[in-house]
Design a protein around this ligand. Structure first.
Ligand SMILES: Cc1ncc(COP(=O)(O)O)c(C=O)c1O
Length: 354
C-alpha cells in the first residue's frame, strides 16, 4: 500500500495484465485495465477513497440500486499525445454532469476532490493502458445506491467507482439508423437529460428490434408529437442541410452531450452556421427529397463523430451515398481528434495533461 495523494490509498497489482492484451483486437468495453478507483458515501459524507486492483465487488441481493435503479454513470476518454503523455478531455464537464444526473435521482453530489483525485491518480497509474495510435482509454465513472434494504426511498449510502478499458472505434462503419415511432426514450419532466442507468435499460428493446432489422441503432422522436428528432441511443445527432448544421435543441429530454457541445463550438469557430432548434423527421425527409440533406452524423464520446449512411423512417430508407465524402463532419471530427491528442492548439482549454 502507498499513498500518493492525501485520503487516497493505492494498492497496486503485483502483476500487470497489460501484456496479455492483444493489440488492436480488443472489443469495446470487454477488457479492463489493472486498477479501479472506489469511494464510499456513508453517514452524510464521503469516506474512504482508494485505488485497488480491478476486480469483482461483493454485494447483497438487497442492494438498493438493483431494486430501485438509483444509478448514474459517465463516459469519458483519456488519450495519448504524440509525445506519449496521458491527456484528458473536458473532465470538468463530466464531473458536472454526473452530479446533475445524481441530483435528479436524489443522490448526494460527489465531491470534486474525490472525483478528480481518483480520476487523475487512476489514469496516471494505468497510463500504459492508453492505446497509442487510433485508440483511447474509455473511462467509466459509475455511482450507485448501496443501502441493503427493501423499501422505496433514497439510499443513505452510496458507492462510486471509476473503471477504464482500452478501446478502438465504437462503430467501424458508417451507421444505419431506424426511427422508432413505437417506443419513446424520454418525456418532459422525466430523466432524459440525466445519464441514469434506467434510460439505457428502457432503450434496449427498441435497440434490439432495430438490430434485428439490420440497423445499428434507433433515432428517438419526442414523446408528445412523435415528430421531433431527439437523439440516438448512444449519441446526439446533427444534420447538414444546405450548408447549415442543424441539431435538436436541448429540451430537457436529451443528453447534453459534451461532444455535441464541442462540435458546435468548433463549427462556430470555423464560421459555419449552426442552428439548435426543433428538427422534425419530416424536415429531414423533405431535405433528402430536395437533395439538400448533405450530411447526417452522430456525436458522442464512445461513438466520436459517426457518419450516418441510412435513416429508415416508416419503412423507407433515406440513403446518403456520399457518406464517405462528408466534408463538414469529417473536418470537425479531425479537428476534435487533433485537439484531444494535442496535435493542434487547444484554444478552449479543453485538454488537461494528467
Ligand atoms: C443517450 C446519449 N446521448 C448522447 C451521448 C453523447 O454524450 P457525450 O458526447 O457527452 O459522450 C451519449 C453518450 O454518452 C448517450 O449515451
Amino acid at each position: 500500500m502507498s499513498t500518493l495523494t492525501p485520503h487516497l490509498s493505492v494498492e497496486k497489482v503485483t502483476h500487470s495484465r497489460l501484456n496479455e492484451l492483444n493489440g488492436d483486437q480488443v472489443a469495446f468495453g470487454k477488457v479492463f485495465s489493472d486498477h479501479m478507483f472506489v469511494a464510499s458515501y456513508e453517514n452524510g459524507s464521503w469516506q474512504e477513497a482508494k485505488i485497488v486492483p480491478y476486480g469483482r465487488i461483493e454485494m447483497a441481493p438487497s442492494l438498493s440500486a438493483l431494486h430501485y435503479g438509483q444509478a448514474v454513470f459517465e463516459g469519458m476518454k483519456a488519450y495519448r499525445s504524440q509525445a506519449g503523455e496521458p491527456l484528458l478531455f473536458r473532465q470538468d464537464a463530466n464531473f458536472e454532469r454526473i452530479n446533475l444526473s445524481a441530483q435528479r435521482l436524489c443522490m448526494p453530489p460527489i465531491s470534486k476532490e474525490v472525483f478528480m483525485s481518483g480520476l487523475m491518480e487512476l489514469i496516471r497509474l494505468d497510463a500504459n493502458w492508453i492505446p497509442s495510435g487510433e485508440g483511447s482509454l474509455y473511462i467509466r465513472p459509475i455511482y450507485f445506491a448501496a443501502d441493503e434494504l427493501i423499501g422505496l426511498k433514497p439510499s443513505d449510502s452510496y458507492k462510486f467507482f471509476i473503471i477504464t478499458c482500452p478501446v478502438g472505434a465504437y462503430y467501424s462503419q458508417p451507421v444505419k439508423l431506424i426511427v422508432s415511432d413505437q417506443y419513446v426514450r424520454a418525456c418532459e419532466g422525466g430523466t432524459g437529460a440525466a445519464k441514469v442507468a434506467g434510460n439505457y435499460a428502457a432503450s434496449l428493446l427498441a435497440d434490439q428490434e432495430a438490430k434485428a432489422k439490420g440497423y445499428d441503432n434507433v433515432i428517438w422522436l419526442d414523446a408528445i408529437h412523435h415528430k421531433y428528432i431527439e437523439e440516438c441511443g448512444t449519441m446526439n445527432l446533427a444534420f447538414v442541410i444546405d450548408n447549415v448544421v442543424v441539431t435538436p435543441k436541448l429540451t430537457g429530454t436529451i443528453l447534453n452531450g459534451i461532444t455535441r457541445n464541442s462540435v458546435l463550438t468548433l463549427f462556430r469557430d470555423m464560421g459555419v452556421t449552426v442552428e439548435e432548434r426543433l428538427v422534425s423527421i419530416d424536415e429531414i425527409a423533405e431535405a433528402y427529397d430536395r437533395g439538400i440533406l448533405m450530411e447526417a452524423f452522430g456525436m458522442g464520446t464512445a461513438a466520436t463523430i459517426a457518419p450516418i449512411s441510412t435513416i429508415n423512417y416508416q419503412g423507407r430508407d433515406l440513403t446518403l451515398p456520399t457518406v464517405a465524402e462528408f466534408k463538414y463532419s469529417h473536418a470537425v471530427g479531425q479537428k476534435l481528434e487533433d485537439i484531444k491528442t494535442a496535435k493542434c492548439e487547444d484554444s478552449h482549454g479543453w485538454v488537461v495533461r494528467v
